[in-house]
Ligand binder design. Structure first.
Ligand SMILES: [Zn+2]
Length: 268
């Protein structure tokens, strides 16, 4: 009897242990599915579907199914990877909205991981297709091309509206904004085989004269220190309010660069 009781107790413990591990795994997978659904909500007109199996969580657009996160959900993001990582790698670092975030830790690059396959589905698979999806947006008196899909061009037009209110003719802000340094340009990232977000016409570069870039300027130079301290927060706020991230918050800094990535500003 005692032996039976002990066995029963052990079985119960074993069951509890198995149940706990199972629910922990399911809970983690559930959390990942939630992030995939949050991602889908940032592109409400893209028709993104979320599903999962034992191997991971997936998102699909039409017949294209892409791995969002493999089980057991421990993807390490690599902004310099030459192939697409699971989509969750692009969400690994939480983008710091608002004031702050100007002294990113080494390797902290929120938004620099992009999924090229997904971007092609969202915005156009080649230069010609992207161009057809572009419209002209009036930006502080300049005409720039921007992708009309998934609200990108409308968001840039709203940023321009915000900035026009802030930057009167005499405002020192204008020197940071104008002349702009490019939007649509089907090209790879310097030193990489990967397509730049400019290829998809979802990024705008503001005045290059005020904005150092990590591949041209030393991180400890006076120029970078100036940009880190003085780049106007009002400009950053105007873009972030409309779903854009700023390259000034990357360790691999790109101060002129603002990119439409609403999934990174979800809930803000
Ligand atoms: Zn750029």
């Amino acid at each position: 009897m005692a032996a039976f009781a002990a066995t029963a107790a052990l079985s119960t413990l074993f069951l509890i242990s198995v149940t706990f591990q199972h629910s922990a795994a399911a809970g983690q997978g559930g959390g990942v599915s939630d992030s995939a659904r949050d991602f889908a909500r940032a592109y409400p007109d893209a028709g993104i579907a979320v599903d999962s199996d034992d191997a991971g969580v997936y998102i699909s657009i039409g017949k294209s199914r892409m791995i969002f996160s493999p089980a057991p959900y421990d993807v390490t993001p690599d902004p310099n990877s030459q192939v697409d990582q699971p989509i969750c790698a692009s969400l690994f670092w939480e983008y710091p909205v608002g004031a702050g975030g100007r002294n990113p830790a080494p390797g902290f690059d929120p938004g620099r991981v992009r999924h090229e396959g997904l971007m092609k589905l969202l915005y156009g698979a080649d230069a010609e297709s992207v161009r057809k999806n572009c419209v002209t947006v009036k930006f502080m008196g300049e005409n720039v091309l921007f992708n009309a899909r998934h609200g990108a061009a409308d968001a840039l037009a709203r940023v321009a509206g915000r900035l026009e209110k802030l930057a009167s003719a005499a405002s020192p802000l204008r020197g940071y904004l104008l002349p702009t340094s490019g939007t649509f340009n089907w090209r790879t990232v310097k030193g990489s085989k990967r397509l730049s977000s400019h290829s998809f016409a979802i990024a705008i570069d503001l005045n290059v004269e005020k904005a150092p870039y990590w591949q041209w300027s030393s991180r400890n130079s006076a120029e970078v220190k100036r940009a880190r301290e003085n780049y106007p927060q009002a400009i950053v706020d105007a873009f972030e309010a409309e779903g854009f991230i700023w390259g000034g918050k990357w360790h691999s800094f790109d101060y002129m660069h603002f990119e439409y990535r609403p999934e990174l500003l979800n809930g803000n």
